[in-house]
Design a protein around this ligand. Structure first.
Ligand SMILES: [Zn+2]
Length: 60
């Protein structure tokens, strides 16, 4: 289990395969990155600068 850390992952809908999955913060904390569970396409979402109030993103 995690300690008191804030959200380390993001729920996303992978439009490529229409499946839901999670992506995780990278080490530098600058992006969330992850792979589509079906086709393994990589997605990357920038963190911060006013953009993280939303919890769910669509891959593109
Ligand atoms: Zn996919």
């Amino acid at each position: 289990m995690e300690k008191n850390e804030p959200r380390k992952f993001l729920g996303v809908m992978f439009n490529c395969c229409n499946v839901y999955g999670r992506i995780y913060k990278n080490k530098a904390g600058t992006h969330y990155t992850g792979f589509c569970p079906k086709c393994m396409k990589q997605i990357k979402i920038k963190i911060g600068e006013g953009g993280t109030s939303e919890r769910f993103f669509n891959s593109y």
